[in-house]
Design a protein around this ligand. Sequence first.
Ligand code: NOJ
Length: 575
Amino acid sequence: MSSTVFNADKAHIEADWWRAAVIYEVYVRSFSDANGDGTGDLAGVRSRLPYLRDLGIDALWFSPWYLSPMADGGYDVADYRAIDPAFGTLEEAEGLIAEAAAVGIRTIVDIVPNHISDQHAWFRAALAASAESPERERFWFRPGRGIGGIEPPNGWISHFGGPAWSRTRDPDGRPGDWYLHLFAPGQPDLNWEHPEVRTGFEEILRFWFDRGAAGVRIDSAALLVKDPELPDVGEGRSPESHPFIDRDELHDIYRGWRVVADSYADPRVLVGEIWLDDHERMTRYLRPDELHSAFNFDFLVCPWDPKHLRASIDATIEAHLPVGAPPTWVLSNHDVTRPVTRYGRADTSFSFQAKRHGVPTDLELGTRRARAAALLAMALPGSFYLYQGEELGLPEVETIPLDRIQDPMHFRTGGVDPGRDGCRVPLPWKGSEPPYGFSPDVVETWLPQPKDWSRLSVAAQETDPGSMLALYQSALSLRRRYLSRLPSPLEWMASPSDVLSFRRGAFACVANLSLEPFPLPAHKELLITSAEAIDGNLPPQATAWLHLSESTTDQPEWEIAAGTFSHTTEGVIGG
Ligand code: NOJ
């Protein structure tokens, strides 16, 4: 291949880095605590950059690090241009972005556009102003229903439980209008029909892009626009006419954001958090002039079942093809039950309505399946997202004492929902007891860590070739070297119905979800397995990656790919 072609392709690949990237979610509060106050911080993340580099990721997505009263773990932003003092300073954030770039890791920041904090200057001004004032037009203030306006303006329910409305007090102390909050009362929803809301967020995007952020993760991306009539949700409503989910006007907002992202010499990336069941509706956000990619929650919530998984993979790939966007593969994040716990239960699916907290789980089986799921997900065409601690196989912590729970989801449901703290417990780095090196000294961490996490610590796993960490490191390294430029979409190979087997060129992935060992197809090399293959048989609940023996070209595709597009940490981040 001539060097001209090589260079042109390389430039193209680097511009499109997000198409096959591995993106690691850092939940800052729980990643690493450098100042010893029991809460993770940016200095802690900076000190762990070598760990992240060695893990083999392409980008970090930081959960919100902005100034926040933490009514919802930082998803209640009081100032989008300031770092919360618990985490550090703006200078530290800039330093972190630059230092990460220097080791080949891009930074994605979390933008929360549906709502802000009730401590944000806009909302404080709105509360201080009168009922019909312009300050209130940036939000959804309405008089209540019934005598004296004692009932909320409509019957919308908050995602955290209870009414999606809270009542204000007028300056004279009398009950006033209500305001809308689809999440906690400390997160008033913005009115996206207001021009200042729109321009304000485009400026926030530029603020972070100018500081080197390679992209943004867009929180609750399908909720921003409301039907101005605020009708009740009602039975039998078609998904297209929902008063606050997936409204058509959203697309215009994201077209505006895309213009901002594309205005940079090294275009920035927009990643949507879009929980929609309908694949076609979801991928409409990924048309070429809108977002670049979106989390594939369909795959995340899928039970560990071959029929469902295959259907989810097929539907995902099929829906992404017409818009030319890469699929994403996600097994966990800071909102959902940890995979090793989920996959160890009788029902292995996930839903917010049925978290099965405390239901018996077989962690050994769950871990075995989580290992297999990781190799399956990493082998699929597109990008792969992982959430801190997933690479350590941390289980959901279901023993957090009631008086230590922080998540508003728990309180707003009157304790019915366990909340999401169980997947947010600070990471164990080393040592035999809490705080396992998370904090430099023995302090009480913001959420308590279990007493039996020593064997799950990074230090313990780094020296164990059979650990989850070793599996992630090896698989991510292979993925980077060989897989990320392979042909897509994939081709299913003939196999029994409880074995998922597909190829991408000379690469094949076989996931055995059956109860019996499965003889691996003829191959030139066994690249990696999630559980040891014995005499060429892949054990149950395990995945293998193979270099197939037959190849249609003189040189297997992945060797061409590896030779041409080998990863480089130099010059991948532009200004
Ligand atoms: C989605 C975030 O992932 C979640 O943690 C948060 O509570 C809601 N959006 C509201 O911002």
